[in-house]
Design a protein around this ligand. Structure first.
Ligand SMILES: [Zn+2]
Length: 304
């Protein structure tokens, strides 16, 4: 995540950004900063780090009462815990300056290493599937070829939209039961049915080998929306059968033609769609993004 504080600091330091991080080179260090849940995180990758350097980092952190950090390959990940108020951006900047200057003074001739192969020449920052990395030219070329191959394989995977659709409908059936129970016994519409329709629908779609693609995401959502309507109609049918004290489809069809009952049914359908649609579209957005599935390599962009 990237909140305004870190973004502003990144801009001040002439760094760039990805969707979720501020990244860049400062002197001979590779820096990444981002927000987490109740925390800010600074990742610093340095050209060299021996035990002496580690002790120096620990001292600098202790002097600032920073207790949470972990060693990562050629670097350190520092976590600034936020309890009530956000952690001071100024303090993060001061610590960052201090650390970068330390490594720049100690290893002036060295550059930050490629995070794949460790060499120091021709490195640049790339964002590979949402994670930014400092890699060299050779490793970039390899990563790009791998991404292209993977995209091609993904495109060639056969999946069946029709079976996926049937799977999504079948698996969503328990959701109807929820709608019926809520309407018949509690006399209310349940948004929880929508959760069942879409969540089970996704499982059904995948189980029936539906192709994971943007079109597949649309199919899952159509199935869920259909089920919302089916659920309400089924619940009404059960209500009517309960009144009639028998299961009689002729009377059911007859009653569904009565204007008052029709009006009530339509009102309930509309209400159901209103309560369900928010959740269904939120889920749709998630799977759409996931199933878009194109591996990509990009350079970080300017912070605006
Ligand atoms: Zn490399």
């Amino acid at each position: 995540m990237l909140f305004p504080g870190i973004k502003k600091l990144g801009k001040e330091l002439n760094l760039k950004r990805t969707d979720s991080e501020v990244v860049g080179l400062i002197k001979n260090c590779f820096v990444k900063m981002y927000d987490g849940r109740n925390m800010k995180i600074l990742e610093l990758y340095v050209p060299e780090m021996d035990d002496d350097d580690k002790n120096n980092i620990i001292k600098k952190l202790e002097a600032r009462k920073i207790k949470k950090y972990e060693w990562v390959s050629s670097g350190v990940k520092i976590i600034f815990i936020e309890t009530v108020v956000p952690y001071s951006i100024k303090k993060i900047k001061e610590l960052l300056d201090e650390l970068v200057n330390y490594f720049n003074n100690k290893y002036p001739a060295q550059k930050p290493k490629c995070q794949h192969c460790g060499q120091q020449n021709e490195t640049d920052i790339y964002c590979i599937n949402d994670a930014s990395l400092l890699i060299c030219n050779d490793c970039y070329n390899k990563a790009e070829r791998a991404a292209q191959n993977e995209n091609m394989e993904q495109n060639n995977i056969k999946g069946n939209y029709l079976f996926g659709f049937i799977g999504a409908l079948l698996f969503a059936v328990p959701g109807i039961l929820l709608t019926v129970l809520f309407l018949v016994y509690l006399n209310r519409l349940a948004a929880v049915s929508a959760v069942a329709y879409i969540s089970l629908g996704i499982i059904g779609y995948v189980k029936f080998k539906g192709k994971k693609s943007p079109a597949g995401a649309v199919i899952v959502i159509i199935a869920a929306l259909l089920m919302v309507g089916v659920g309400v109609i089924a619940a009404y049918a059960v209500l009517i059968f309960k009144e009639l004290k028998e299961i009689n489809f002729d009377s059911l069809i007859f009653l569904f033609k009565v204007p008052e009952i029709q009006k009530e049914l339509v009102t309930n359908l509309i209400l159901s769609y209103i309560v369900s649609s928010m959740f269904i579209f939120f889920k749709f957005y998630q799977i759409f993004k996931e199933w878009k599935n194109k591996k990509s390599i990009q350079k970080p962009r300017e912070i605006l």
